[in-house]
Design a protein around this ligand. Sequence first.
Ligand code: IPM
Ligand code: MG
Length: 356
Amino acid sequence: MKIAILPGDGIGPEIVAQAVKVLNALDLKFEMETAAVGGAGYEAHGHPLPEATLKLAKEADAVLFGAVGDWKYDTLERALRPEQAILGLRKELGLFANLRPAILYPELAGASTLKPEVVSGLDILIVRELTGDIYFGKPRGVRVCPDGPFAGEREGFDTMRYAESEIRRIAHVAFQAAQKRSKRLTSVDKANVLETFQFWKDIVSEVAKDYPDVALDHMYVDNAAMQLVRAPKKFDVVVTGNMFGDILSDAAAMLTGSIGMLPSASLDANNKGLYEPSHGSAPDIAGKGIANPLATILSAAMMLRYSLGQAEQADRVENAVKAVLAQGLRTADIYEEGMTKVGTAEMGAAVVQALR
Ligand code: IPM
Ligand code: MG
């Protein structure tokens, strides 16, 4: 089993180191190879996704990814900015299915900004399409507006689009995920305004015929945003496009109190995947040893489950994380009075300890 380790920027290296520690504590043989990505890739090779890094990611059975980005790269031309690394990896590896679970661990019920009764026991799964939509649609750019009331002025534009097969394949992933859970699926669209999402809704409804055991409903994205904070437990599996999924998954993450707890998997058609925490590079706390490594450790668990066929080991890692929470260990982002505050490396070590 070959794993490409791409730590990236900001807190990326610190948190990935903890997940590697946990993987190495399992009784499995991995071949791990590390490469630079994001701002680190730009510094080392002049590109956020250096060729050697992409090659390694393509060859590996799975990719463990930290985070990319730092304000200091904001003035670079877009093609050289760190974010292009993750977008490029998703596209080049065909990672169209992004699974973003939002689970509220009972020990952390107090960490949410919402009332405990609204969020306690929350366990939802956002299935976000990851390689289409306005993120990748062409044409895009800045041009001189050809006609209409703003003719002759400069305008920025992007293209929202989805091909039928792109909608079908993500719908299948979502229906199958729903079959393994409560058999309820909400498809989020903006069919009242956008052609792309009327089409999305129609295709998802067609795919639903293959899954008569799953109850499908449709919701407009604005309403979905509202329902997510009003009554999040009404959702189980949510499927949506790239743009809406980006926004809704951040909102869903925050229901749980800390984005520092949430893993994610981005899968291709053969379950090869890239695994990354849902949070970003947090340059403000980088290098301080205080970042929460649990989202990355839980991402490694998802990797064991989805790409490496090691479901039992995945359970073991997830149980170890629950155990350290039960012991009262907390990084700063999830700290509450009366708990034991620990740093990044201590938290990683505690998970390793709990595995034993
Ligand atoms: C995410 C991030 C990325 C996205 C950025 C870093 C390009 O926000 O993974 O949600 O927009 O997809
Ligand atoms: Mg995002």
